[in-house]
Design a protein around this ligand. Sequence first.
Ligand SMILES: Nc1ncnc2c1ncn2[C@@H]1O[C@H](COP(=O)(O)OP(=O)(O)OP(=O)(O)O)[C@@H](O)[C@H]1O
Length: 265
Amino acid sequence: MLLTVTNLNAGYRRVPVIKDIDFTLAAGQILGLIGLNGAGKSTLLKTILGLLPPLQGQVAVGGVTINENHQAYASQIAYIPEVPILYEELTLKEHLEMTALGYGLAIETVMERAMPLLKMFRLDQHLDWFPIHFSKGMKQKVMITCALVTDAKLFIIDEPFLGLDPIAIRDFIQLLKDKASQGCGILLTTHMLSTTADFCDGYLLLSQGHLVGQGSLSDLQAQFELADADLDDIYIAMAQGQIGRGFEPKEALLKEANQAGDRHD
Ligand SMILES: Nc1ncnc2c1ncn2[C@@H]1O[C@H](COP(=O)(O)OP(=O)(O)OP(=O)(O)O)[C@@H](O)[C@H]1O
């Protein structure tokens, strides 16, 4: 399994924000992490990235935990943050060179991989530009390019589409699908729910720090007894507290009622 999250609790100043999280992500799979503002999505991503230590449980990437082998763990992961993190004093080319150094790749290899991406994103003429010259979307494209040129197996992406124009969104989705078909795994958060139907294999529903549902859209429809619901409907039901923690499928309630009946007989 590419990513295994087991019984994970994590948070800030020893106060758990995400609780009892269990899921796996296989090679070739794209999972959408869905939840309201403050549900704990970024906290979960930060814990997987090793930026926040777990309060309980563990995360393994390719069977390795961060404590077992920090270098082997980190080199398997590429991260695209919600807000682009670029160094003001480095040009676009120097960001790519820094990525090559960070991942132990030859600079020529990285440049060879980067050029088609930069062409696609119309940044190939701007290798000597500094971040101050780039628009928000262009900065995001630099982050995407730096992530995609690595040999990472697991891509962690926080709100990938923020700041991207519709053509860049379409191109980026295709690049993610290509990575998945090459055996990489992708975990991403997004509020653009309808867009995910085109490329997510499954979803993780996070509510108040708890994983309240996981699986494909049809798995979620079955779990929450919302036949024909799309992801927006499921999200709204979760926001309104109609599903999520404490949700009992009718089947479970019926079984419970029958058992209670049996006890009274
Ligand atoms: N650095 C921090 N210190 C203390 N509490 C934090 C910190 N960052 C986040 N939190 C708290 O953790 C909870 C989960 O926040 P998180 O950023 O993980 O949510 P999210 O699901 O990513 O939200 P959004 O959709 O708004 O990005 C919130 O209650 C938030 O206030």
